[in-house]
Design a protein around this ligand. Structure first.
Ligand code: HEC
Length: 173
């Protein structure tokens, strides 16, 4: 009995202590300040587990043909390039002030999940980061076009790199 009441007391103190830290304003939520290691860990585990639980198990229903990749490039150039950049293109404008910063989608970290994981994150975004959910403005086919193009990012042809670079230069002007 004493053990149980001791446990309850400790638990209560933890809840009260946690609430006091939150209420005190000690945690700096400014975007210009990098998140602590604990915040980063909790945020990334939450996002990864949430995606793993909800993402479709199917692969991309679209074939990786030049037409699909061209359509994906056009969508990516319009909606994603500014924040995520691409091989040879760095993000610009508002994307530089985001925290967490938008990851390089050609990097192994972003490529390691399944097509279903990419589809889920692109469709629904990531709450409390700058990553929007695109299912509100894009139909399912367009979302799979984007998945196909994100998968293709590490292997862009010179003409594709050039097209993205030209778009970024025009937008920055
Ligand atoms: C306004 C900026 C912004 C735009 C525009 C944007 N993203 Fe993101 N995106 C982010 C941020 C910030 C994250 C990091 C979220 C996090 O830390 O969990 C992210 C994360 C992602 C991830 C997960 C990467 C990983 O390593 O898990 C994918 C995939 C992604 N975005 C794809 C896209 C695609 C495709 C588009 C265009 C349709 C797009 N994003 C547009 C800001 C943006």
């Amino acid at each position: 009995m004493r053990f149980v009441s001791g446990m309850l007391f400790t638990l209560g103190m933890l809840v009260v202590g946690g609430a006091a830290v939150v209420a005190s304003g000690l945690v700096d939520m400014s975007a210009t300040r990098p998140p602590s290691a604990l915040e980063r860990l909790v945020g990334s585990v939450l996002a990864d587990r949430s995606t793993a639980r909800r993402a479709p198990r199917t692969g991309n229903p679209l074939p990786g043909t030049p037409e699909v990749l061209a359509a994906g490039l056009a969508l990516y150039r319009r909606d994603c390039l500014q924040c995520h950049g691409a091989p040879g293109v760095s993000p610009w404008g508002a994307a530089l002030g985001l925290n967490p910063s938008p990851p390089d989608l050609a990097a192994p970290d972003a490529q390691e999940g399944s097509d279903g994981d990419l589809f889920f994150v692109i469709s629904h975004g990531v709450r409390m980061t700058g990553m929007p959910g695109w299912a509100t403005s894009h139909d399912e086919r367009e979302l799979w076009h984007l998945v196909a193009f994100v998968r293709h990012l590490p292997r862009l042809a010179p003409a594709e790199k050039q097209a993205l670079k030209a778009a970024a230069e025009a937008a920055r002007r």
